[in-house]
Design a protein around this ligand. Structure first.
Ligand code: DON
Length: 577
């Protein structure tokens, strides 16, 4: 199947309908409902880039299932959304079949064989932020291609692998028109790519930024994608691609070898399952902390009447904040790759434990986060999430990333793809915990072939066996809280999927001990009431880009809800029956 020579003959031959996220007003400041999402009975793709959503919808229109469409969308995003779409990074895919069974594909990056817990220290043994986050040591062994190949082998339909990769090959080789947002983003990142000539060559015109409306071609990437098209997993993990990647590691003093690449395998895992007021949520297990923390918070919050408190009232934000504080402290303490460490998942996600935690929440007084205990680092907001449903109701939720925007900024010369800087998600140095945000606990230290802890939380919500929504978002540690609030918006506040996605979000992560609320997300009176309870509140920009899909409970239609915060986002659906 991997060697199929069938080709994507004419891109977008089959009709798809689409709507662009940017057309939706960011927020209903005046109380008006958000612009309606795209509706279809035939399947749906919602992502951070309309071109990629259309590629996925085209696969659905040709009879592919949701897994096929998710693979094609993901590979297209690697071309048209280079900040986070990738083949040089990793991520997670949660799949829910129409019969209600669910599984998860873990294609998180791994530490190379030469990794060790002290690898982010300098010659004096001091922790180095630069080594941890911006050096060649920051690059983890990529997982995306292995994850997509495994998902296709186990859960794809009869659609040949080559047909899923070919649209991305075409987009990279023939080029696509740069949107204003992507042109701006490429111009902004260019100075940080200067140390890497292959990156400057790929993402600018000899050092001069591209302008919006120009054709953006990536011929080296097209050749790499063609090898992946023709050889599947091996087109990335052995042969030419692996050789080019390993050579770049030698050139830059990195650790990843051809052996690391040859050994990389994606893993199928059992999703985290939780219930909330009669709804079922499946989400990502470790090495993500997301599913565990979301279920833990929902269990705590189930004991409060959130509907009566009212969305984003002071009392509501207070109760959410306290649940977040408790769950993020446990996250820092316990969560890591379960292939290497024991994590008390059953207890963390149990209703009994939530009862204990709930008792610690004071009705109108902020709790404590001890800065002398573990602290959290700031994270960037560049990752990407997309959601797919096919006509049968198979749902696929994918979040994948290079970690920061454009990852390490290192493009593999001759291969045209960016490398992640995901090793920064490991703890920096054993025992080094400080109030600047470093954690030094054992569980998440870099060890050979361990996967670094993640917050990515692709999730699927259902009720009485029926699909309700496919949800997820980028946003570093805010991901967990954004996904949790999407669930609350649907369940407790009766919002439509468009409203749930557009509604202002809040974030607290135990440490630093402050509540962040999106601009326009809280009234002055409620803000003052929160401060009176002892909360430090920061009102700030935008949190997440939750490209989601809902199901209309009356008609059964799928509703594509791209996030209005996502400038190039869009939903697309097959238009025929
Ligand atoms: O895996 C994680 O949790 C992070 N590396 C994700 C980074 C991220 O979401 C950045 N932006 N949105």
């Amino acid at each position: 199947m991997m060697n199929s020579t069938s080709r994507w003959i004419v891109p977008l031959l089959v009709a798809v309908t689409a709507c662009q996220g940017g057309e939706v007003p960011p927020r209903a400041e005046d109380g008006a409902p958000p612009t309606p999402g795209l509706r279809s009975q035939h399947g749906m793709v919602s992502s951070a880039n309309l071109i990629a959503s259309e590629v996925g919808a085209e696969v659905l229109a040709r009879g592919g299932n949701a897994v096929d469409a998710a693979i094609a969308t993901g590979l297209a995003l690697a071309v048209v959304h280079p900040t986070a779409g990738n083949i040089g990074g990793g991520g997670f895919m949660v799949i829910r079949s129409p019969d209600g069974s669910a599984t998860a594909i873990d294609f998180r990056e791994k530490a190379p064989l030469a990794a060790h817990p002290e690898m982010f220290t300098d010659e004096d043994g001091e922790y180095s932020f630069d080594i941890h986050h911006t050096s060649y040591f920051a690059v983890g062994v990529p997982g995306t291609v292995a994850g997509f190949a495994l998902a296709h082998e186990r859960y794809g339909s009869a659609t040949p692998w080559a047909d899923l990769v070919e649209p991305a090959v075409g987009l990279a080789g023939d080029g696509f028109t740069l949107s204003p947002a992507l042109a701006r983003s490429l111009a902004n990142v260019l100075p940080r790519m200067e140390p890497y000539p292959a990156s400057v060559a790929q993402f600018s015109k000899d050092g001069v930024p591209y302008e919006e409306g120009e054709l953006f071609r990536q011929p080296d990437l097209a050749r790499t994608l063609a090898r992946i098209r023709d050889q599947g997993h091996d087109g990335f993990y052995s042969g030419e691609t692996a050789r080019l990647l390993a050579e770049e590691m030698v050139r830059g003093g990195g650790m990843i070898t051809e052996e690391d690449l040859a050994r990389y395998q994606a893993q199928e895992r059992t999703p985290i399952h939780g219930t909330y007021r009669g709804y079922d949520l499946v989400s990502m297990p470790p090495p993500s902390s997301g599913g565990t923390a979301i279920v833990q918070m929902l269990n705590i919050l189930e004991g409060f009447d959130l509907t009566a408190l009212g969305h984003n009232s002071a009392a509501y934000v207070h109760h959410l904040t306290e649940a977040m504080r408790l769950a993020y402290r446990d996250r820092a303490q316990h969560l890591a790759d379960t292939d290497f460490v024991d994590v008390p998942l059953e207890r963390l996600t149990s209703k009994d434990y939530a009862d204990e935690l709930r008792d610690r929440i004071h009705a109108d007084q902020a709790g404590h986060s001890e800065p002398s205990q573990l602290a959290m680092a700031e994270e960037s907001t560049e990752t990407t999430h997309y959601s797919v449903v096919d006509r049968d109701g198979m749902a696929v939720s994918v979040t994948y990333t290079l970690e920061q925007g454009y990852g390490s900024k290192i493009t593999v010369p001759g291969a045209g793809f960016l490398l992640n800087n995901e090793m920064g998600d490991f703890n920096g140095k054993p025992g080094l915990t400080n109030d600047r945000g470093l954690i030094g606990t054992e569980a998440n230290l870099a060890r050979p072939e361990q996967r670094m802890l993640s917050s990515m939380s692709p999730s699927v919500l259902s009720r009485d066996g029926e699909l309700v929504a496919v949800i997820g978002t980028p946003g570093g540690r805010t991901i967990i809280n954004t996904v949790m609030q999407l669930v609350l918006n649907i369940v407790d506040h009766g919002m439509t999927i468009e409203e749930a996605v557009a509604a202002p979000r809040i974030h607290h992560q135990w440490l630093p001990n402050n509540v962040r609320i999106e601009e326009g997300g809280i009234s002055d009176r409620d803000l003052a009431a929160l401060e009176a309870m002892g909360h430090e509140v920061q009102v700030r920009g935008s949190q997440g880009r939750a490209s989601s899909i809902g199901v209309d409970p009356e008609t059964g239609e799928f509703i594509g809800a791209p996030d209005p915060r996502s400038p190039d986002g869009g939903a697309a659906a097959p238009s025929g029956s």
